[in-house]
Design a protein around this ligand. Structure first.
Ligand SMILES: [Zn+2]
Length: 307
């Protein structure tokens, strides 16, 4: 008597072994199940059978329901391990064909970073994906004694596919903002290369309050375009990052020494300056300038470079 039958393409050995292991659990209870294999129309059908008259109808129903849970677990894992990658590739090919092969590879790496990020629980977490597939599969098996896996994945896992599609969408967004950032850096590097250096070296100092000052080699605070002393509060986000960058590009120093960089809350600020000015940037890891206490209306004459 047949309990369940699974049709699939590709290698079935691993699934067969796992099914056999689960059937062995029943054997220890005195219920002998067999796993049989049949080739039909390009599919391999694995079926779990029980000899006629072996168990009562009530036991038959109990064994069948337990078996369905086991199979749903085995196949949920298999879909994630074996099929997820293919589904992600399909989504990219269908919805984002305008990206080159190399760009698609970079996006795929980002998709799997999102899917395999186990630091925080998100809608994309492994347990969430697995439980979505498991619930759908058990629901299907409760109404059917036969299942063709390819068809199930294609027609019954639309929500799961949609979830992967939104992970792909998020990866594409991240990829695009990387591209824009690289373009931004490229343009700034171009500006820097066009500028005649006006200063040999400047010191960028970030004080305890996250305010940035730019000093020249003599310890004088540099002025901005309005003749005011240049200061930027880096706690206020990207706008001030742009202000510091435009000030540095105007000043066009041959060397930028970044003091107190570890105190900057906005880590991208230092990284971006390094990317634009490359080998001209030196990050000081601690000196007397790093420890100077700067006040907003600091008078020139007590400059940190000389002290
Ligand atoms: Zn320093």
């Amino acid at each position: 008597m047949k309990l369940l039958s699974l049709g699939m393409t590709g290698t079935t050995e691993e699934i067969r072994q796992k099914l056999q292991q689960d059937c062995n659990i029943f054997a220890r209870e005195g219920c002998k199940l067999s796993v049989d294999e049949l080739q039909l129309g390009g599919y391999t059908f694995l079926s779990c059978n029980i000899p006629d008259g072996e168990i009562s109808y009530r036991s038959y129903e109990r064994v069948k329901n337990l078996l369905k849970v086991y199979i749903a677990q085995i196949l949920s894992d298999m879909i994630i391990i074996r099929e997820e990658k293919n589904i992600v590739h399909d989504i990219l090919r269908q919805d984002y064909e305008y990206f080159s092969g190399e760009e698609q590879n970079q996006i795929i790496t980002k998709v799997f970073d999102i899917l395999h990020n186990d630091r925080i629980m998100t809608e994309y977490s492994l347990t969430v994906r697995r439980s979505r597939i498991f619930t759908k599969m058990l629901d299907y098996l409760n109404g059917h004694n036969e299942m063709v896996l390819d068809g199930f994945i294609r027609f019954r896992l639309k929500e799961y596919r949609q979830l992967l599609a939104s992970a792909v969408e998020q990866a594409v967004d991240e990829f695009m903002s990387d591209v824009e950032y690289q373009e931004f850096i490229r343009i700034l590097r171009y500006f820097v290369s066009m500028q005649e250096p006006r200063f040999g070296e400047v010191h960028v100092v970030v004080d305890k309050n996250n305010v940035v000052y730019i000093f020249d080699a003599d310890g004088e605070i540099l002025n901005d375009q309005d003749g005011e002393q240049f200061t930027v509060n880096t706690q206020d986000g990207t706008h001030d990052q742009d202000l510091l960058m435009s000030a540095l590009i105007t000043v066009a120093p041959q060397m930028i020494i970044f003091h107190f960089a570890s105190k900057v809350k906005n880590k991208e600020l230092v990284a971006t300056v390094q990317e634009v000015f490359t080998e001209r940037v030196f990050v000081c890891d601690g000196c007397r300038i790093c420890n100077v206490d700067l006040t907003p209306n600091r008078k020139s004459g007590s400059n940190p470079v000389d002290t």
